[in-house]
Design a protein around this ligand. Structure first.
Ligand code: PMV
Length: 331
């Protein structure tokens, strides 16, 4: 087999209407649609080399765990088969992935990693760029990754088909649509999260009596969030995002046993955000499956929001703005 290598870079994305729960765990098909914005300057760079002399999966400078490596291999096997190659060729691949921010701390690192892997994998197999095909492939690695192939604001439509062909993300607006939007990632706790989003959502779907209500309200929330993005209405988008985050965490807290991502520092910051907003500061929070909130505001209010976070438990801050499309690195 000839050696073919490609490298791609993608931003993670932060959902403002979140994906939580799968209707198909193998194809990563969600129960509901979601909407997210990509986060620049956070990024993950991933390279794939087929027919490597030293096949391995290297993540953030260390060898992957058995589970991580198996996940990447399964992904590569599927990609190889869909490109007309033998699944066994995946065993010859060397994958190296590195991000510029802490992994698994609730900042959707897997969304960037698998979006970059999807773009690099297709290119390394000699396929032309095709954002729909890349988004579908990225979804097989990590659901939320399908929203990181294109930049700016993307909507992942749940789709209805059993084969998942209609479940991928499309761009609602590029980053240039709303360049003054700011997302401030606040690290109140940098430990690896206790329950992965994969396990957390599985338990929630299985055992939370609130899960049905979560699914029922999601599609309308996506419609409202789309309108807020189109109108660049920060207050409306902030309200929708905050309510959606509360609803997601309410379903997980009602699982049995409960899945709790909120830590004391998380709640302290959320209360401070509410108090500051009541006094007129335009700031809202969202929270993925981890303890670290992301604060939503705009450029003119950024300094005040950073100060608020520092005064209320931030160990570190990363200021993000809407990012661009995933891109291939020219060799
Ligand atoms: O794509 P996953 O399996 O990492 O799940 C992501 C789930 C959330 O980040 C909590 C929400 C979302 O829509 O990104």
């Amino acid at each position: 087999m000839t050696t073919t290598k490609a490298t791609a870079i993608a931003h993670p994305n932060m959902a403002l209407v979140k994906y939580w729960g799968k209707r198909d765990e193998t194809l990563m098909l969600p129960h509901q649609s979601s909407l997210a914005v990509t986060l620049s300057p956070l990024e993950v760079r991933t390279s794939v080399e087929w027919g490597s002399a030293s096949p391995a999966v290297v993540l953030h400078g260390r060898g992957a765990t058995e589970d991580e490596a198996a996940r990447v291999r399964t992904f590569l096997e599927r990609a190889a088969v869909s490109a007309g190659r033998d699944a066994s060729s995946a065993a010859t691949a060397r994958v190296v992935s590195e991000g510029n921010f802490p992994m698994a701390a609730g900042l959707a690192s897997s969304s960037a990693a698998f979006a970059a892997l999807a773009v690099a994998t297709r290119a390394s197999l000699g396929l032309e760029r095709d954002v729909v095909a890349e988004s579908r492939l990225a979804r097989l690695g990590s659901g939320s990754a399908c929203r990181s192939v294109q930049g700016g604001f993307c909507v992942w439509s749940r789709g209805k088909r059993d084969d998942g062909e209609d479940s991928y993300a499309t761009q609602l607006a590029p980053s240039s649509h709303w360049p003054e939007l700011r997302m401030v990632a606040v690290f109140v706790d940098e430990q690896q999260k206790a329950v992965s989003s994969r396990d957390g959502m599985r338990e929630t779907v299985k055992t939370s009596p609130y899960y049905r209500a979560w699914v029922e309200s999601a599609e309308a929330e996506v419609v409202d969030a789309k309108a807020a993005v189109e109108a660049k209405d920060l207050a409306k988008l902030g309200d929708i995002g905050e309510r959606n985050a509360w609803r997601m965490h309410a379903t997980t807290l009602a699982a049995n046993p409960p899945v709790v991502y909120l830590l004391p520092g998380t709640l302290a910051l959320i209360h401070a955000v509410h108090a500051a907003r009541a006094k007129g500061l335009p700031v809202w929070f969202t929270l993925d499956a981890g303890p670290n909130p992301v604060l939503v505001t705009d450029a003119p209010h950024l300094e005040k929001v950073k100060q608020l976070a520092r005064e209320h438990g931030a160990k570190r801050l990363t200021v993000c703005e809407p990012g661009n499309d995933a891109r291939l690195e020219t060799p």
